[in-house]
Design a protein around this ligand. Structure first.
Ligand SMILES: [Ca+2]
Ligand SMILES: [Ca+2]
Length: 286
């Protein structure tokens, strides 16, 4: 992981008024390596979630589940969905992205989000795999039938400069044709809250809503990251040995049409998010 982090470079994206620090950090950390361009992408930004890890089997052997992860919204959580024009490069990042529309939800009582997964010990020290599923709703859908749903599996897990982080691919679950649900229709809408969303940009003309009139099923290619501050924990073996709870977990996810792929640039993300999280941790712990 350390070698990978050192080898990565920082991308750039054009900032907008609505970019939060961590969304900006995540976009900084994304660049595409695909050969086929996409026109649009979605960026989902959830902040101040509850991170709960239970060390169900702390003496796990390689291949065994050592513990379970559950991350969900709480009263002060908030959500922003951005619809991006990916620019001439057809990729998230690259300094040419333009925000077309936004949907904001300012309190956790108005949406639901859930990451549920297993942490599996791998051979060697500080080597783990996280396998799970993440679902997010808008103001009208439910966790049982969410607006976005995908499976996640990755061994890119780290504690870096006081930030616990995992990041990896997020792909359609079960027999779903897309991360964006429900299936069976060409369009997709995400309903935020008018008062929690700036007046512009507003591509579909409905403040607080993001709309895809067609092409929903093409959105199969996702990336997801979770991160939060963990101080004084030297390594992953220590982290996963006991139960952990954190009230300031952030989940960021991108979804773009297949077959564009992403190369996630962790170095830029870690550097920027560490500064962002440090600046706000006093007010988010409650
Ligand atoms: Ca771009
Ligand atoms: Ca809109």
């Amino acid at each position: 992981m350390a070698r990978m982090i050192r080898s990565l470079r920082i991308g750039q994206v054009r900032p907008t008024p609505r970019h939060t620090g961590l969304t900006f950090a995540f976009l900084l950390a994304c660049a595409a390596s695909g050969t086929v361009r996409a026109d649009q992408g979605l960026v989902l930004d959830l902040s101040t979630l509850l991170f709960n890890y239970q060390a169900t089997n702390p003496h796990a052997q390689p291949g065994e589940v050592i513990g379970t992860l559950s991350i969900n919204d709480r009263p002060f959580s908030n959500l922003t969905l951005q619809q991006l024009d990916l620019g001439p490069d057809g990729k998230i990042g690259g300094g040419d992205d333009i925000v077309l529309d936004l949907a904001g939800i300012g309190l956790g009582e108005s949406f639901d989000a859930l990451f549920a997964g297993d942490v599996i010990k791998q051979a060697g020290n500080n080597n783990y795999l996280i396998s799970g599923r993440f679902a997010a709703t808008d103001t009208v859908t439910s966790i049982a039938e969410p607006s976005l749903l995908g499976d996640f599996e990755s061994s890119d897990i780290a504690i870096f400069e006081g930030v616990f982080l995992y990041i990896g691919p997020w792909s359609p679950a079960d027999d779903n044709d897309s991360i964006l649900l429900p299936s069976g229709v060409p369009s997709w809408e995400f309903h935020g809250i008018l008062g929690d969303t700036p007046a512009t940009p507003n591509k579909d003309g409905i403040r607080g809503q993001v709309s895809l009139p067609s092409g929903r099923s093409a959105f199969k290619d996702g990336r997801l990251a979770e991160f939060h501050i963990e101080t004084g924990i030297p390594n992953l073996d220590t982290f996963f040995a006991v139960d952990r709870r954190n009230l300031a977990s952030d989940v960021k996810a991108t979804v773009v049409p297949e077959p564009t792929t992403f190369l996630l640039l962790l170095a830029g993300m870690l550097a920027v998010l560490a500064r962002c999280m440090y600046s706000r941790r006093l007010r988010v712990y409650s």
